[in-house]
Design a protein around this ligand. Structure first.
Ligand code: KG4
Ligand code: ZN
Length: 344
């Protein structure tokens, strides 16, 4: 819909920070016209995790077909697009560089504005896609393979980190435990599935708290506790009930994530709580968060699983608010593997 007061803004967004080659066209930050994801998971499964060089090489092969598919599905030509957005960090440097170079080439060739997007700000913005009414301020738990953050979204593009992990990310813990019980990569969805057949109270694993930093997370002790449990069973010649291990481990992660989030929301007097990132697609986390938020009178927001794991639609959502604020990247935009949130 176009009128004289407000023109629709269609952004072509590109995401290549890890092992998904993704492109999307997003209108006004909230409406997904297309969302194409080429996942490299199968390619990396044999190695038990993402191999950076293989990821980069696959991105360079897939990026153009993925962008063509995104434009075609949206019924758009490059000339129809208002801006080109790309994830420039954090992530694997060689993987990020493919998307950044591609976005720069398209923006330069078509003389369109270029917008650099922080990957985590993208994950958070995934919540805008299906919750048209959601507006800042809100508190967002971001739990993915590389990050576990509690972020206060004060305004569009204005972020304050309330808590962070001191060691492993939540998704990383899922991946490591999955590997230890022989489920393979990526661990999160496999643990989630197996846990449905197990008893979450069968084994008591630790729920770490950090003195003086109630909003921070630590998952390495939990991971070690699971590995110790498995070793002890092996030494005693006892058979391991993998479903119970998966369910008990998952319950420990979910209890910690839920508890820290709700405590922070109460203390900060924030009445809207959202979740984001790959781990946000976990069924137990979604269920428990919903329950706890209802009990505490907080509104709860969560993206569909396809917008939780890496995708470009979320990058287009975040980019729209940057575009409206006038943020533009220069032709010297580079990949920043350890980019800090809110740095612009
Ligand atoms: O957001 P994402 O796709 O990539 C990063 O930015 O890291 O998150 C991937 C992570 C992986 O660690 C994966 O095991 C985890 O999210 N994950 C899950 C589930 N689906 C993906 N963890 C728990 N339960 C799930 N259902
Ligand atoms: Zn991610």
């Amino acid at each position: 819909m176009m009128n004289e007061e407000k023109k629709d803004i269609d952004i072509l967004a590109i995401e290549t920070s890890c092992d998904e080659t993704a492109a999307a066209v997003v209108r006004n930050g909230r409406e997904v016209l297309s969302n194409i994801i080429y996942t490299q998971i199968k390619l990396h499964t044999v190695f038990g995790g993402v191999v950076p060089e293989i990821a980069s090489r696959k991105h360079i092969e897939k990026i153009n077909p993925v962008i063509e598919a995104a434009l075609a599905e949206a019924g758009k030509k490059l000339s129809d697009i208002d801006a080109v957005a790309v994830t420039y960090g954090p992530g694997l440097v060689g993987a990020l560089l493919v998307g950044v170079a591609e976005a720069k080439a398209i923006a330069y060739g078509t003389k369109k504005p270029l917008i650099g997007v922080h990957h985590i700000e993208g994950h958070i913005s995934a919540n805008y896609i299906e919750h048209k009414e959601l507006e800042p301020p809100f508190l967002c738990l971001v739990a993915s393979g590389g990050h576990s953050h509690l972020v206060l979204v004060r305004d569009y593009g204005v972020y304050e980190i309330i808590g962070r992990t001191r060691d492993d990310a939540a998704g990383e813990a899922f991946d490591k435990v999955a590997r230890a019980i022989g489920l393979g990569y990526p661990g999160g969805p496999k643990v989630d599935k197996l846990a449905r057949q197990g008893n979450p109270r069968a084994i008591t694993f630790p729920r770490a708290k950090i003195a003086d930093a109630p909003d921070d997370f630590s998952f390495s002790g939990l991971k070690s506790a699971v590995l110790n449990y498995l070793n002890q069973c092996q030494m005693k010649g006892e058979e391991v009930n993998k479903a119970d291990v998966a369910a008990s481990f998952q319950q420990s992660v979910v209890d910690v994530l839920t508890d820290h989030t709700i405590q922070a929301a109460k203390r900060l007097k924030i009445d809207k709580v959202a979740i984001a990132g790959g781990v946000a697609s976990n069924s137990t986390l979604r269920g428990q968060m919903k329950e706890v938020c209802e009990k505490n009178g907080k509104k709860f927001y969560y993206p569909s699983p396809v917008y939780c794991t890496d995708n470009a639609a979320m990058i287009g959502a975040a980019a729209y608010y940057e575009y409206m604020k006038g943020s533009r990247a220069g032709w010297d935009l580079n990949a920043v593997p350890n980019l800090k949130i809110g740095s612009r």
